[in-house]
Design a protein around this ligand. Structure first.
Ligand SMILES: NC(=O)c1ccc[n+]([C@@H]2O[C@H](COP(=O)([O-])OP(=O)(O)OC[C@H]3O[C@@H](n4cnc5c(N)ncnc54)[C@H](O)[C@@H]3O)[C@@H](O)[C@H]2O)c1
Ligand SMILES: N[C@@H](CCC=O)C(=O)O
Length: 545
């Protein structure tokens, strides 16, 4: 029943709290961290609103303190995935028929609960589970997730208002239906906000969802689920499962009701998923929507007119915040020969001042990388650079996994612009620098454009306006998010819709209308008020008559 068109205020970005010494938010966060350390969470899957445990219990440890146990989760298999699909299909009819204001109310309430009652516990979970410092956790699990929820409610309200014109005697309308079937949300470890956004954006549109999180993000994901349930999310709308990726793929991608996947993760995994879906097309009732935001090899291109301090800061923060584990992290830099030495000196000064350690000491800028697999992969890149004559490690280069997965922020300098660490995604605290002849700016732009298969983010740093314009034009397809005089990372919902093309994904811009359209299937309805009762056209009448 429609008794009014309800408006939602234009959202504003959630203000970032700073956790400065002596601030009340710092004390609240410290308490939440201490409480979390003293509790061992028992984390079941949530299927059809029920808490589901299995015989396989897996322990969770902070990446920076592997000797401490935060809790346990229960790993499921095919049975649990099938149960999650059944629960999603069962919940579908009543969920898609629920009025928009009731659906919207659940997600707006979730945002408010995160902003208020659960802010510090939720940030503490992200800090401990994913080894993020207080500021990085605040902009992720608090601000960005709150923004995703509030902005998506606003964007979807705008979409629902988009209606076709009607000629006299006719009323045309568009119903923005949910997809037919269920949606799979497959989420990465590195952003709690992304883990929350992928299932909720599809669910908001009236879809029901099977949500599989990364094993290394289960701890904070359990908070998302708890808060959604407290906000009134009906049973079966989002079903949270902890299962191995390959088992999930086998069940989900061969199900006739599979209607779409909302994925964020590595390009390799996404490519495999795409192939499997392609090979199974005959099984599905509908063409599945495939949305994937994937890897990056994000560049910082510096012009000879650049400001040295601006460049060094963009590199220090862009490459090493959250240990470089952002798809948008600066990982290759092109420095012009006239100021390269000054930039390196300033950058080294900054990097040498970073403190590295656990998240509970708020003086630490650098924490641990997510797990042993990641640690070993990053360490192998560093080892190979140490043994290569073409390159020099000018900062960091050491690592240690005895207590936690710590890798020093590392800067490699190479004279080969195609050196492996200039091309491949490492996903860790490693930046590679290439110094180019300052008079070969345009040729170097070509190099930047062609060096890596990815096209996620990138920056131009320059004071010269012509250089900025040239880079913006020549690098048009090299990045889906392009920055001028800034680091290539830190996109804000509503301000810089995020996503890249080429090997970086389908560029469906998380946290924007573009993304929400992918979870909707429009039905156009034409109603004719005075339908014709004769087939004839006026021109059929004979002139002689
Ligand atoms: N473009 C973006 O917006 C964006 C944002 C964040 C992270 N990322 C990318 O994500 C990657 C890091 O995250 P990650 O390590 O969690 O990625 P990942 O690809 O290893 O995992 C992503 C998700 O897929 C699951 N998975 C892994 N193998 C699977 C399989 N064979 N079948 C089904 N599911 C499978 C994982 O368990 C996880 O839930 C980086 O490449 C990074 O660039 C991209
Ligand atoms: N939205 C994030 C990128 C997420 C990738 O990991 C940023 O721009 O910092």
């Amino acid at each position: 029943m429609n008794l009014g068109y309800f408006n939602y205020p234009q959202p504003a970005n959630e203000p970032v709290q700073h956790y400065a010494p002596g601030s009340p938010e710092r004390a609240a966060l410290k308490k939440a961290l201490s409480d979390a350390r003293q509790t061992t969470l028992d984390i079941p899957m949530v299927i059809g609103g029920e808490f589901v445990k299995t015989a396989k219990k897996v322990s969770i440890h902070p990446p920076h303190e592997i000797g401490h146990t935060l809790g346990h989760y229960y790993e499921g298999g095919e049975q649990e995935i099938n149960a999650a699909i059944d629960a999603a299909l069962q919940a579908k009819e009543s969920w898609e028929n629920m009025s928009w204001e009731d659906r919207a109310g659940i997600f707006l309430k979730t945002a408010d609960l995160i902003a208020t009652k659960y802010r510090y516990q939720f940030n503490a979970a992200t800090m401990l589970g994913q080894s993020k410092n207080a500021y990085q956790a605040e902009i992720d699990s608090a601000c960005e997730l709150i923004d995703f929820l509030r902005y998506n409610v606003h964007f979807l309200s705008e979409i629902y208002r988009q209606q076709p014109v009607s000629s006299p005697g006719v009323h045309n309308r568009t119903e923005w239906r949910a997809l037919e079937g269920f949606v799979l949300a497959l989420t990465p470890f590195n952003f709690t906000a992304i883990a929350g956004n992928l299932p909720t954006s599809a669910a908001m549109c009236g879809n029901t969802v099977v949500w599989k999180v990364s094993n290394t993000q289960v701890y904070s994901a359990s908070w998302i689920m708890k808060i959604l349930m407290e906000a009134g999310l009906p049973a079966g709308v989002i079903n949270l499962v902890f299962v191995p990726g390959s088992t999930l793929g086998k069940v989900v991608f061969s199900h006739p009701d599979f209607a779409g996947i909302h994925f964020t993760g590595s390009s390799g995994v996404f490519n495999e998923i795409w192939k499997t879906i392609g090979a199974n097309m005959q099984v599905y009732k509908t063409y599945p929507r495939i949305v994937g935001e994937t890897g990056g090899k994000d560049f910082v291109m510096v012009h000879k007119s650049a400001d040295v301090a601006v460049t060094a800061t963009a590199l220090a923060r862009g490459a090493f915040e959250f240990q470089g584990q952002k798809c948008s992290a600066a990982s290759r830099a092109y420095l012009p020969s006239n100021i390269a030495e000054d930039i390196k000196a300033k950058l080294l000064e900054m990097v040498q001042s970073f403190k590295m350690g656990g998240v509970e000491d708020f003086g630490n800028f650098i924490n641990a990388v997510i797990d042993e697999k990641s640690f070993d992969k990053i360490a192998a890149y560093i080892d190979s650079a140490s043994n290569d004559e073409k390159v020099k490690i000018i900062a960091g280069g050491k690592y240690d996994k005895s207590k936690g997965y710590f890798i020093e922020p590392t800067i490699i300098e190479t004279s080969d612009p195609e050196y492996v660490t200039m091309c491949e995604e490492i996903f860790g605290p490693v930046l590679t620098i290439y110094v180019y002849d300052a008079d070969k700016f345009e040729e170097t732009l070509k190099l930047v454009n062609g060096t890596s298969p990815y096209a996620l983010t990138g920056s131009i740093i320059a004071r010269d306006r012509d250089a900025i314009a040239l880079a913006t034009s020549k690098l048009r397809h090299a990045a889906g998010n392009f920055y001028i005089n800034d680091k290539p990372t830190g996109a804000v919902v509503g301000q810089q819709p995020f996503g890249g093309a080429r090997a970086s994904g389908t560029n469906d811009k998380a946290g924007s209308m573009i993304n929400l359209y992918r979870w909707l299937s429009a039905r156009t309805i034409k109603e004719t008020f005075d339908p014709p009762v004769d087939y004839g056209y006026p021109f059929l009448a004979s002139d002689e008559a």
